[in-house]
Design a protein around this ligand. Structure first.
Ligand code: OXD
Length: 306
């Protein structure tokens, strides 16, 4: 069995070594143009030239959560596309989002500024019931985030394409329920997959439906958000702030208006990092299952887009 590794933003050597150690029966190599045909590939955002050559792959395993870059590529129809499911990411995402929600709700930025200015000051406690949080996208990551938020007693709503049931979360589904969902939320967390249907879904109209002094947390993809619309809503005061981990262009270009905006917190696409060891173990289990002809979790539906 031949396995090829083609990673655009991660160092390929530790992946090659880890996969080779876990699959001694296989020949695992880092891809180079003109490399021999492989049975399986482990990739992150590979160039189109990779898929143009590797047309016989049984499966391609993505080393991240979002598969939008793969779905934008031309991949042989017989190749299965497999996403990483969880592999230590959902707990990181829950940490990140709960931190952002609580930091905003408890006004920790304002306390920090007061302390820096040498002021011992109290703020009036805010009511949790005034901060309903909505989670868009209830896949593995979204569900974990929604559940984690319920632990802090926030009212939590969830929205997904197909109906879901999560204890303690008011679940809404379908496009016709989107506006009703948004109008009940003050804090909005985006965890949707990026598809032609969800691109630009965070815009002046939809974000304008949030309760006054709304707050946006985008941890999915930069292309979900119409950046200028966010700035307009922050300037008008309809939105109180935003925490953004993902951007249309990454790294966020120098001089971009988000860098020093007083109401925006920027992090460098780090909300849920790929954990190499756990990911390799998961991918190896799935390669073995594919070889035995068994079903695997995380297979992407190309039509649906995730
Ligand atoms: C992603 C990731 O898909 O970081 O964004 O895994």
């Amino acid at each position: 069995m031949h396995i090829t590794v083609c990673l655009s933003q991660q160092k390929p050597d530790p992946w090659q070594q880890g996969l080779q150690a876990a699959l001694p029966e296989a020949d695992v190599r880092i891809w180079q143009p003109g490399a021999p045909a492989a049975d399986h590939a482990v990739v992150w955002s590979p160039p189109q030239a990779f898929f143009d050559e590797q047309t016989q792959l049984k499966a391609v395993f993505n080393t991240g959560a979002g598969v939008d870059a793969l779905l934008a590529a031309r991949i042989a129809p017989g190749t299965r596309i497999v996403r990483l499911d969880d592999a230590g990411m959902s707990v990181q995402m829950a940490e990140y989002v709960c931190h952002a929600v609580i930091r905003h709700f408890r006004e920790f930025d304002a306390y920090e500024a007061d302390v820096k200015a040498g002021r011992w000051s109290y703020r009036k406690p805010r009511l949790r019931t005034d901060f309903p949080v909505g989670v868009m996208g209830l896949g593995v990551l979204g569900e974990r985030v929604a559940r984690a938020l319920t632990v802090f007693d926030f009212p939590v709503h969830g929205w997904s394409r197909t109906a879901k049931a999560i204890e303690g979360v008011v679940c809404h589904s379908g496009e016709d329920r989107l506006d009703g969902f948004l109008s009940q939320c003050r804090v909005l967390v985006n965890l949707l997959p990026l598809t032609p249907q969800t691109e630009n879904i965070l815009n002046r109209r939809t974000l304008g439906l949030l309760r006054p002094e709304g707050y946006l947390i985008n941890v999915a993809r930069g292309a979900h958000l119409v950046e200028d619309d966010l700035l307009v809503l922050l300037d008008s005061g309809h939105l109180a702030g935003a925490t953004l981990d993902v951007f249309r262009t990454e790294p966020l270009p120098a001089g971009h208006g988000f860098w020093n905006h007083p109401k925006i917190t920027v992090t460098p696409h780090t909300s849920a990092r790929t954990l190499r060891e756990e990911s390799i173990a998961q991918i190896v289990r799935k390669i073995r299952a594919v070889e035995r002809g068994e079903p695997i979790a995380g297979e992407v539906d190309r039509q649906r887009g995730y």
